[in-house]
Design a protein around this ligand. Structure first.
Ligand code: DQA
Length: 149
């Protein structure tokens, strides 16, 4: 019997496994397990399941996008790949559900090269610079979009 529980899949890219050790002025002190707990709790409060994955390998990230393209919603933070990975752009084009692109830091107010996202055009919406609160906002918006469908 298939489960009726809607599921959010959260995909973190390179170096986000070391949150808590990264520059505090951009990322604060939160660790990845703590961030994943916040996101999972928010999804579960709405009766959703949540699967959180992280990889430092671009091809693995692309394969996750293929594998989870039929989930109810995706939340992606592709880290530095955001700024140049056309492979991730193209994989996101194949996703069938709403996609939130989320960044802890404000990518528009840092180095010039960070201000461009090559994935925004294939995300449903982007939240940037709001820290962990931005993740909570993205989960709420994804669930609201699902309820509208
Ligand atoms: C990031 C911003 C990216 O520019 C950076 O490479 C990251 C994290 C963020 O969450 O603010 O690794 O996506």
């Amino acid at each position: 019997m298939s489960s009726l529980v809607r599921r959010l899949v959260v995909l973190h890219g390179p170096n986000l496994d070391l949150l808590g050790e990264r520059p505090v002025e951009h990322y604060g002190t939160i660790t990845l397990p703590e961030l994943e707990r916040i996101v999972t709790d928010e999804a579960e409060r709405a009766g959703w399941g949540c699967l959180c994955l992280q990889t430092n390998h671009e091809g693995v990230y692309v394969e996750y996008l293929h594998q989870y393209r039929d989930e109810a919603a995706l939340l992606v933070n592709p880290g530095a790949w955001t700024h140049y990975s056309y492979a991730i752009h193209d994989a996101l084009e194949l996703v069938h559900c709403p996609v939130a692109e989320v960044h802890l830091s404000d990518i528009s107010s840092r180095e010039e090269w960070r201000s461009r996202s090559v994935v925004s055009s294939v995300a449903t919406f982007t939240v940037s610079g709001k820290g962990p609160e931005g993740y909570v906002e993205a989960v709420r918006r994804l669930i609201a979009l699902d309820e509208e469908r």
